[in-house]
Design a binder for this molecule. Structure first.
Ligand code: 5GP
Length: 130
């Protein structure tokens, strides 16, 4: 079981932002920006672009709903979407609220937000998720 499967199953705690029967969204523990969110399939697949077409399409549509919730909860110019997967071998999409290009820079120092603030951010996104 991957660490992200354990998160989706509730075996490892996470700051939940959204959930469906097939997908789960939660805050990145080392965010590059406030409300940096990860979207994962509950099914284990290493790499996003190895997913079958239907699952990938469904996951993209789920990510779109999460992006809308992020934008509602934390208004921004756009919500950026990125696929890296260099660290965790369980497909995931990064969603990051953008005010400027630099907000999507994965090399910059990560934010350290207190647990209470992470909880608050996730709750706001979850409340805005439709
Ligand atoms: P990538 O695989 O896309 O290169 O990076 C994995 C991302 O997952 C990183 O941004 C990292 O901060 C995040 N991450 C890794 N382990 C955990 C975890 O246990 N919980 C959460 N919430 N995020 C994680």
């Amino acid at each position: 079981m991957t660490i992200f499967s354990k998160i989706a199953a509730g075996e490892i705690p996470s700051y939940k932002c959204a959930e469906s029967d097939k997908f789960y969204a939660f805050l990145d523990i080392n965010p590059v920006a406030k409300a940096h969110t990860l979207v994962i399939p509950k099914q284990e697949v290493d790499y996003l672009f190895d997913m079958d077409d239907n699952s990938l399409a469904e996951m993209t549509i789920f990510a779109k709903r999460v992006a809308k919730a992020i934008n509602t909860a934390f208004p921004c110019r756009k919500v950026g979407m990125a696929v890296l997967g260099l660290e965790v071998a369980h497909a995931h999409i990064h969603l990051i609220p953008l005010h400027s290009e630099g907000d999507m820079d994965f090399r910059k120092e990560k934010l350290q937000l207190p647990a209470s603030e992470m909880q608050e951010i996730a709750a706001k996104i979850l409340a805005a998720f439709e």
